[in-house]
Design a protein around this ligand. Structure first.
Ligand SMILES: O=C(O)CCC(=O)C(=O)O
Ligand SMILES: [Fe+2]
Length: 339
């Protein structure tokens, strides 16, 4: 529990074990968060669906990341979600102690840095609460009891964000030429909430909230709030994802890259810290069920475009992914077909 950044970060200095190696340090560079990351108005889908499909497809092919506005998740629910998560992290340590665990297999867990604090060479400036959201009735019992409206608000957010995820997947299916319900059921059957808390950091140039990675799952819907921090790596450069009012960030995960046979890209992203403001973000990770088979969709492959990956169980991929410390190509290697 005393490892949580929020429990000791007021001391003022950046411990040596949080200093990233020179090649991954963000440095002093102020990275422009410009208009590069596409912003898609999903409300237009009801007027000109084809145009929305083209925009979503293009953003997923070029960036693997985009923002959506007019997405149907209400402003009130976004605010409630952000507030209840910020309230959770703001509670006294004794109210959170029962959730803290260094066991990655604990179902609902409060931890720090990345998946496994103990084995990392150095640590990341992040505390995180993670829990499943599929089979809501059974799993809400494991979620935090406090704040008292946590279960209610996060339950609703998980349902609404999943709906949005499926809507985006449907648009992508239509754009790719896949049956529009391709990802419903088992391929999107697992849901995880990841609530990130990045306290103000004494030296943002030396450390990261999260190192460069692709999300391993199908698609991620992220509420990033009003504080800068998320950056996407594109064409050898980091691009800041501008916080926009009521927008949600969408990341294409590796599972979707694989099923699309590399027609879609997974964004490589990282999180930088800042010295002034606490940053809170809430991600809903839509994933395949663990035992499900993942493989390139048959209708997207042909003799001319053979499958680039072999079929495998999602569970097998996940455990390998976590052992590769964010190196995407290494994580995909055993699943690629050698041509
Ligand atoms: O907090 C953020 O902005 C992004 C978090 C993220 O990339 C993740 O949890 O995988
Ligand atoms: Fe991520």
């Amino acid at each position: 529990m005393e490892r949580l950044v929020s429990s000791w970060c007021h001391d003022g200095a950046l411990p040596q074990s949080y200093i990233c190696p020179p090649e991954t340090r963000p440095g002093k560079l102020t990275i422009p968060s410009d208009d590069n990351i596409p912003v898609i108005n999903l409300g237009e889908a009801s007027i000109n669906r084809n145009n929305t499909i083209i925009n979503v497809l293009k953003a997923s092919q070029e960036f693997g990341c985009f923002q959506v506005v007019n997405h149907g998740v209400s402003e009130k629910l976004l605010n409630d979600t952000m507030n209840v998560v910020a309230e959770f992290f703001g509670m006294p340590m004794e109210d959170k102690a029962s959730l803290y665990s260094e066991d990655p297999n604990k179902v609902c867990r409060l931890y720090t840095s990345k998946t496994n604090y103990g084995t990392g060479k150095y640590h990341f400036w992040r505390d995180v609460l993670k829990h499943p959201c599929h089979q809501l009735e059974a799993c809400t019992k494991l979620w935090p009891r406090k704040p008292t409206r946590y279960r209610d608000v996060i339950g609703t957010f998980s349902v609404e964000a999943k709906k949005l995820g499926l809507t985006i997947l449907e648009l992508l299916c239509e754009g790719l030429g896949l049956e529009s319900r391709y990802f419903e059921d088992d391929l999107s059957g697992a849901l995880f909430l990841v609530a990130n808390h990045y306290p103000p950091c004494p030296d943002p140039s030396l450390t990261l909230g999260l190192p460069k990675h692709c999300d391993p799952n199908l698609i991620t819907i992220l509420l990033q709030g009003t504080v800068h921090g998320l950056q996407v790596f594109k064409d050898g450069q980091w691009i800041g994802v501008q916080p926009l009012p009521n927008a949600l960030v969408v990341n294409i995960g590796l599972q979707l890259r694989i099923v699309s046979n590399n027609k879609l890209k997974s964004s490589e992203h990282r999180v930088v810290t800042n010295s002034k403001t606490t940053r809170t973000t809430v991600g809903l990770f839509i994933s395949s069920c663990d035992d499900n088979i993942i493989e390139p969709a048959k209708s997207l492959t042909s003799a001319a475009e053979p499958p680039l990956y072999r079929p495998f169980r999602y569970r097998e991929f996940l455990s390998y992914y976590y052992s590769t410390m964010g190196d995407t190509e290494l994580a995909l290697q055993p699943f690629k077909v050698s041509i």
